[in-house]
Design a protein around this ligand. Structure first.
Ligand SMILES: Nc1ncnc2c1ncn2[C@@H]1O[C@H](COP(=O)(O)OP(=O)(O)OP(=O)(O)O)[C@@H](O)[C@H]1O
Length: 235
């Protein structure tokens, strides 16, 4: 369970998060919507212990997260705008390196399985710097899932994926959620966010302005809420 209590984050005088309260139960798939600059990435980075809050706290299964808490890093997998991959190493070498960090018992099997899942087995021995944007995104997904983390933090994870890859990744996420993993995903795609998330939260003006199980509203009601808080004619 992730408990976020009265979380504030300020950059200089800019107050980005202004008192976030949110509880995410184990096995919950939370989709987080919000306009550009609302603070979604900032919130995910704090949960991932990559950034410190100005005030407030995040607890993971009752324990407060601290940036030096290696257990938290082990429990968390994150797909963000930074791939965290070493460009001069091959994809296989990268994954082998991360597998070593996590002391995975059977790394080769796990790496093979994930490369198949993301459709990159044929490029395993090419340097990551030779990859296209979509391929880097697929590789980032494989890196984040490698240690089968209890918590997955996904910051616009579908960015750059072609239709086939997006479909496979959606299925992989649904399967991961069914296995009791907790997922928080940000997206600007209303349909995709509603299709995957069983809970939906909207971050705007530095606060969670709406948080409900997906079934609490009809598709039309979600569209109205999205338009009200996030905007966008496509909604
Ligand atoms: N390291 C930083 N220093 C200063 N300001 C920052 C920093 N990181 C983020 N911000 C600011 O915090 C605000 C929230 O940014 P954040 O990336 O969290 O938004 P977001 O909701 O993820 O947006 P998007 O939908 O565009 O990805 C923005 O105004 C951004 O400029």
């Amino acid at each position: 369970m992730i408990e976020i209590e009265n979380l504030h984050k300020q950059f200089g005088h800019h107050r980005v998060l202004r008192g976030i309260n949110l509880t995410i139960a184990q096995g919950q798939f939370l989709t987080l919507f919000g306009p550009n600059g609302a603070g979604k990435t900032t919130l995910l980075k704090i949960i991932a212990t990559l950034s410190r809050p100005t005030r407030g706290c995040v607890r993971l299964n009752g324990y407060e997260l601290r940036s030096d808490w290696t257990e938290a890093r082990r429990a968390i997998g994150m797909v963000s705008h930074q791939s965290l991959l070493y460009p001069d190493l091959t994809l296989y070498e990268n994954l082998r390196f991360f597998a070593q960090l996590y002391a995975l018992p059977d790394p080769d099997n796990r790496i093979r399985h994930l490369l198949d899942e993301v459709g990159l087995a044929h490029r395993a021995h090419d340097a990551v710097r030779t990859f296209s944007r979509g391929m880097i995104q697929r590789a980032t997904i494989a890196r984040a899932l490698l240690h089968d983390p209890l918590i997955l933090l996904l910051d616009e994870p579908f960015t750059g994926l072609d239709e086939g890859a997006a479909e496979r990744f959606g299925a992989l996420l649904a399967e991961t959620a069914r296995r009791g993993r907790t997922i928080i995903m940000t997206t600007h795609n209303l349909e995709q966010g509603l299709a995957l998330g069983d809970h939906i939260a909207i971050l705007a003006g530095g606060k969670i302005v709406h948080n409900a199980p997906r079934e609490a509203h009809t598709m039309d009601e979600w569209r109205t809420l999205y338009r009200r808080y996030v905007g966008g004619a496509h909604a």
